[in-house]
Design a protein around this ligand. Structure first.
Ligand code: DI6
Ligand code: FE
Length: 402
């Protein structure tokens, strides 16, 4: 494709924030110039000069913003199929974690895997997401729990973004679990916060994350991490209220977090706090499904209070070995009763917001030309299919993938 061109003969689901539902435009055209969208609208209104541009006829296909997976842990060593077996033999997720399994077992594997082997494995995972039309991908650290391995993971995450046509947003998740041999307070003050400063000094951190939970860190400990992030000028997000309500969502809102993630146990007051702080609630049905949670996130409260909802894979080796964002959308609809329009907003417009981006996630003038072209008639098909990938092609920064 050349730098400036016109896409025609398509239906656009713009997901624009001033539109209702999908922001559908039938018989639409999209003009792309130097990697950005410079016009979208019904073809009959297409500016005369644009019709002289190179034209790509999309044969009536659906075009959406490229998808955004705003919560993943795709850099990690090993896998946890053994624990999957244990849980099927009766152990709970918390029991597995307390028995020294869980996150800590992936920490050992991640520490002992070389940077290049971690990259090979992460690229395989990134490729699966790219094949579903993902153009922006968040990747967290958090399986190092020591200075060197946390930074190694973030370097690998950055390398994924250099090796593939995808934009990677990194999250420092040093406060993910308490490493064997240290108490939580000592770890936060002596390892996690100094590692955060070092990672930031290397330009490795876009956002700072934490896991606020009974099996991880309490709100007072996460507060110290957030204070350190704030001093560095970094935005924050938080794994909050996944297994219990211990005040993580309220803390995230207090710090103006870009998102609070999981939020199964969030209360109505938590939803109000997120609405006030403008934070996104990131819905992670893969973890809910894998650990057979019973408490669904308070979707109605999020709707009622106007909290934007995103949907992500949470791709990790323990609680969510889910390598499909389309399947996450389906699960969000079936398990949590999101509408297909909410699910698509959750992997486009609201996912962008959950990473602090304002330049993507919608088909609108001035947005990055990250688009997904689908072999479907209607956008609901993207959430309706189970294990079906109808991607025709992906356009990344105005460039055609295939
Ligand atoms: N919440 C989760 O669901 C994952 N991390 C987190 O903070 C679990 C990660 C794992 O079990 O390896
Ligand atoms: Fe997670």
């Amino acid at each position: 494709m050349s730098d400036t061109f016109l896409l025609t003969h398509l239906t656009a689901a713009t997901m624009a924030d001033d539109a209702s539902g999908y922001g559908l435009i039938e018989d639409a055209g999209i003009v792309i110039e130097d990697g950005a969208i410079c016009w979208v609208g019904p073809m009959k209104d297409c500016p005369a000069e644009s019709s002289k541009l190179p034209i790509y006829d999309l044969d009536g296909r659906l075009v959406t913003p490229a998808l955004i997976d705003c919560h993943t842990h795709i850099v990690h060593g090993g896998n946890r199929a053994k624990e999957f077996e244990m849980r099927l033999e009766g152990a709970s997720y918390e029991e597995v974690a307390r028995a020294g399994g869980g996150i800590v077992s992936t920490v050992t594997a991640t520490r002992t895997t070389s940077e290049s082997d971690l990259l090979v494995a992460a690229l395989r995972r990134a490729d699966a997401l790219i094949a579903e039309g993902v153009a922006t991908l968040e990747i967290k650290s958090g399986y190092g729990l020591d200075h060197d391995t946390e930074l190694k993971m973030l370097r690998v995450a950055r390398a994924v973004g250099r090796a593939r046509p995808i934009h990677v947003s990194t999250s420092f998740l040093g406060a993910h679990a308490v490493p064997v041999g240290l108490d939580a307070d000592t770890y936060i003050d002596d390892v996690c916060i100094p590692a955060l400063r070092a990672a930031h000094a290397e330009g490795l951190v876009d956002v700072v994350d934490g896991f606020c939970e009974g099996i991880a860190f309490d709100a007072a400990q996460i507060r110290r991490v957030f204070e350190a992030a704030k001093a560095l000028g970094l935005p924050v997000k938080l794994h909050a209220e996944q297994l219990s309500n211990i005040g993580g969502t309220a803390l995230a809102a207090e710090f103006g977090a870009v998102s609070a993630d999981h939020v199964e146990y969030a209360s109505d007051a938590d939803a109000q706090a997120l609405a006030r702080s403008g934070s996104v609630a990131v819905i992670l049905p893969g973890a809910f499904y894998t650990i057979r949670e019973e408490q669904a996130p308070p979707i109605d409260a999020f709707r009622r209070h106007g909290v934007p909802m995103a949907v992500a894979t949470d791709w990790n080796p323990g609680s969510s070995p889910l390598g499909s964002l389309l399947l996450a959308m389906n699960m969000a609809c079936t398990l949590f009763r999101l509408t297909p329009a909410e699910a698509l907003a959750g992997t486009t417009r609201n996912a962008a917001r959950a990473l602090g981006f304002t330049d993507r996630g919608m088909i609108a003038k001035g947005q990055r030309a990250d688009l997904a072209v689908w072999d479907v008639q209607a956008p609901a098909e993207l959430s309706y299919g189970i294990g079906i990938n109808p991607l025709h092609k992906r356009i990344f920064g105005g460039c055609n993938d295939n």
